[in-house]
Write a new protein. Structure first.
Length: 624
C-alpha cells in the first residue's frame, strides 16, 4: 500500500478531484437515489458520517487526532447535523400536528392521508438514525395535540405519555427509512404503520390504543373495511393510500425536469395516484350488514355530575342520586303515558359512587329506581373485591326489579396509572400524585355477555372499546348488541368523549352490532350497526335517550378472521425491514469486494479506481 504522503499527493492536495465528484453525482439519471436527493431527500452516506459522533476525527493535516481533541469536532458535526435537519424536523412536527386534526373533535379525516404521505417523503432515502429522529419529531407533537385532554391530570402527564407513544413512531420512522429503498416501498411502509400500532396496542402494561389511523376514519370511505378485517385493515388501507400519494408526489416532482418526462415516469405517477383512489373508494363496495333479527326498547340514563374534572365525585351518593332521580322521572313519564315503557334501562360506569353491596343506602336507592321503572337496569358501580383486600372491581351489574342484583361483568383491562398503579410502592414515593389512586382495580376474567331483560347485551367498560380483542370476544361469545359504560366526567369538554364515541362507531361496523354508549356526564349515544349515530346527548346535562335497539346474531368476516390480518400485516412490515437491512449489508459487502479487486497499486504508488476521499464525496446512492 502507498504511504500516507504518497496517497495525499495522488488525491490532489487542493481537493479538486473531490470537488468534481459531487457534480457528477448530481447529474445522475432520473429516478436514481441521487436524483431523489434533489427531490428533497439528502443522501444517506453524506449525512450518516456527520450523524455518527463516533466517526474518525482528522486534523487539518489529515492525521487522526486524539480523543480529547476530537470533542470540538464532534460538537461541530452535531451542530451541523442539527442545522441540516432543522427544516425536515419542523416539517415532521407540523405533519404530526396535521394528523392530530384528522381525529375528533376536529374529524378532518383526509388529513390522515396527508400526514402519512408527508412522513413517507420526509424519511425516504434517509439513514436509520435520521428516520428515527424524524419519526419522533412527527409522533411526539401528534400525541401532545391528540392527548391534550390529559392536561386535566397535568401537562407533564400529557407530554410524558405523548413522548412514550412517540417512541413507537420513532421506530416507525426508522423502518420507513430502511424500506424506502426497496421496490414497492409504499406497500412496506403501509405495513409498518400496522406494525407500529400492533406494538403500541400491547406495550407496555397492556398498551394504549389511542391515535390509531382507523380511529380517525370512523366516518370515511375506509370505514366499511372494518367489517372485513377490523381496525387494522382500516389502518392499512389509509396508510397505503397515503404512501401511494407520496409516491405520486415524488414522481410529479421528478417530472419537473424535461429529461425525466418519460412514458414510464408518467405511468408510475398516474398508477400510484389511481391505485390510491381505488383503495379509497373500495370501502363503498363492502356490504355492511345491518338487518336486525329483532329489537328491544331501551332507555339510556345520563345522570350528570355537579363538578367536572379530577374531583367529579363530590359528596357520597351525589352521582347515584342524580341517576336515581332521572330514572324516577322516566318512570313518572311512563306512568302518565308520555313515554313507552322500555324493556331495559342502561346506566353508565360509576353511576353508583358507593358499593351497593357494602352500603345499604346505596342499594336501597338503586332498588327504588329499578322498581319504579319496572324493568332490569344495567348499573355501573365500584365494588370491593370479595376475597382480595384492598382491591376494587369496576362492574356492570344487572339489577332486576324483583330479584335485585344478579349477573355482573368486571372490567378486564384496567387503565394503568388511572385505575391501578404499576410498581406502586416504588413509584408512589417519587410521584406523589399517584396516591390519588388509593386502590388498585382488579381485572375481570371473562367477557361481559349479560342477559338484561329480553336482550343479551355485551358490556364493554370505558377504554376497553379501544382494544380490538375485548369487543370481538364479547360478540363471539353471543352479544347481540354492545354497551359501552363510561365515565368521562374527568375529561369533559376536552375532546376525549368525541374520540371515544368515534371508537364506538368503528366497533359497530366492525362487528355488525348496534352500540350504546352510556356516560355519566356525556356523550351518551345510540349507534346503529352501520356506524351512524342515531341519538346523542350533550355534555354535562341530565338526559335520557329512548329508542328501539336492533339485535343481531350474524357475525362479520372481521369476527371470523379475528386478529389474523393484523398479525400478517405486522409481520410483513418486520420482514420488509429485515430484508432491506440484509440487502443493504450485501450491497455494501459487494461494493467493498469490488473496490478491493480494483485497488491495485501502480508503479507510482497510486491506486486505480476512486480513492477514499472521492468516495466520501459521493452520495451513497451513487455507489450502491
Amino acid at each position: 500500500m502507498a504511504s500516507g504522503p504518497d496517497t495525499t499527493s495522488a488525491s490532489a492536495p487542493d481537493g479538486s478531484r473531490a470537488r468534481k465528484a459531487a457534480p457528477a453525482a448530481r447529474r445522475s439519471a432520473p429516478g436514481e437515489p441521487a436524483r431523489e436527493s434533489r427531490a428533497g431527500t439528502a443522501s444517506s452516506a453524506d449525512t450518516s458520517s456527520s450523524a455518527d459522533p463516533s466517526s474518525n476525527v482528522t486534523s487539518d493535516a489529515g492525521q487522526p487526532t486524539d480523543k480529547g481533541a476530537g470533542r470540538p469536532g464532534r460538537m461541530r458535526r452535531l451542530a451541523a447535523l442539527a442545522r441540516r435537519e432543522a427544516r425536515r424536523t419542523g416539517l415532521a412536527a407540523l405533519s404530526g400536528v396535521v394528523l392530530a386534526f384528522a381525529f375528533p373533535p376536529y374529524g378532518i379525516w383526509p388529513l390522515s392521508l396527508v400526514a402519512v404521505a408527508a412522513l413517507s417523503l420526509l424519511t425516504r432515502g434517509r439513514t436509520i438514525r435520521q428516520g428515527a429522529w424524524l419519526g419522533l419529531a412527527f409522533g411526539w407533537p401528534f400525541f401532545v395535540v391528540l392527548l391534550k385532554w390529559l392536561h386535566v391530570v397535568g401537562w407533564d402527564a400529557t407530554i410524558g405519555l405523548a413522548f412514550l407513544q412517540g417512541l413507537f413512531v420513532l421506530g416507525l420512522g426508522a423502518g420507513l427509512a430502511v424500506t424506502s429503498r426497496l421496490p414497492a416501498w409504499p406497500l412496506w411502509g403501509a405495513c409498518l404503520w400496522v406494525t407500529e400500532e400492533f406494538l403500541r396496542d400491547r406495550l407496555p402494561f397492556g398498551g394504549f390504543s389511542w391515535g390509531r389511523l382507523a380511529f380517525a376514519n370512523t366516518s370515511s370511505p375506509y370505514t366499511p373495511l372494518a367489517a372485513l378485517g377490523g381496525a387494522p385493515l382500516v389502518t392499512f388501507a389509509v396508510a397505503l393510500s397515503g404512501t401511494l400519494l407520496a409516491a405520486a408526489a415524488l414522481t410529479g416532482w421528478r417530472l419537473r425536469s424535461r429529461p425525466a418526462r418519460t412514458t414510464r415516469a408518467w405511468a408510475t405517477g398516474l398508477g400510484a395516484l389511481g391505485l390510491a383512489g381505488a383503495i379509497t373508494v373500495a370501502g363503498f363496495a363492502v356490504p355492511v350488514p345491518t338487518k336486525a333479527a329483532d329489537t328491544v326498547r331501551i332507555a339510556v340514563v345520563q345522570g350528570n355530575v355537579q363538578q367536572p374534572g379530577m374531583h367529579f365525585l363530590g359528596r357520597p351518593m351525589q352521582i347515584l342520586n342524580n341517576h336515581v332521580e332521572a330514572t324516577l322521572d322516566l318512570a313518572e313519564r311512563i306512568k302518565q303515558g308520555k313515554e313507552p315503557k322500555p324493556d331495559l334501562v342502561i346506566w353508565p360506569e360509576n353511576s353508583s359512587d358507593l358499593d351497593p353491596y357494602k352500603w345499604p343506602e346505596a342499594g336501597d336507592r338503586i332498588d327504588e329506581a329499578v322498581k319504579a321503572v319496572g324493568v332490569p337496569v344495567l348499573v355501573g358501580a365500584l365494588v370491593d373485591h370479595p376475597t382480595k383486600e384492598g382491591y376494587v372491581e369496576n362492574q356492570g351489574i344487572v339489577w332486576d326489579p324483583k330479584k335485585g342484583p344478579g349477573a355482573s361483568y368486571t372490567k378486564q383491562h384496567p387503565v394503568p396509572f388511572g385505575e391501578y398503579v404499576p410498581f406502586r410502592d416504588q413509584l408512589s414515593k417519587v410521584i406523589t400524585r399517584l396516591q390519588q389512586v388509593p386502590r388498585d382495580f382488579y381485572p375481570g376474567d371473562h367477557t361481559g355477555v349479560l342477559q338484561t331483560g329480553p336482550a343479551r347485551l355485551g358490556d364493554v367498560i370505558c377504554f376497553e372499546v379501544a382494544y380490538d380483542e375485548i369487543p370481538r370476544d364479547t360478540v363471539k361469545d353471543g352479544a347481540r348488541a354492545l354497551v359501552v359504560q363510561t365515565n368521562n366526567a374527568t375529561y369533559g369538554r376536552t375532546g376525549q368523549p368525541e374520540q371515544q364515541l368515534a371508537m364506538s362507531q368503528l366497533r359497530a361496523v366492525e362487528h355488525g352490532r348496534a352500540v350504546v354508549t352510556a356516560a355519566t356526564s356525556g356523550i351518551s349515544a345510540i349507534v346503529s350497526p352501520d356506524g351512524t349515530v342515531q341519538q346523542r346527548t350533550e355534555e354535562f346535562t341530565q338526559d335520557v335517550l329512548t329508542g328501539d335497539l336492533p339485535l343481531r346474531d350474524e357475525i362479520t368476516l372481521a369476527d371470523h378472521v379475528g386478529a389474523v390480518p393484523e398479525w400478517v400485516i405486522a409481520i410483513v412490515g418486520v420482514l420488509a425491514c429485515a430484508g432491506a437491512l440484509l440487502l443493504g449489508r450485501r450491497t455494501r459487502g459487494g461494493r467493498t469486494q469490488a473496490r478491493t479487486a480494483t485497488e491495485t497499486p501502480d508503479a507510482a504508488g497510486h491506486q486505480d479506481g476512486t480513492d477514499e476521499q472521492d468516495r466520501q464525496a459521493q452520495p451513497e446512492g451513487q455507489h450502491q
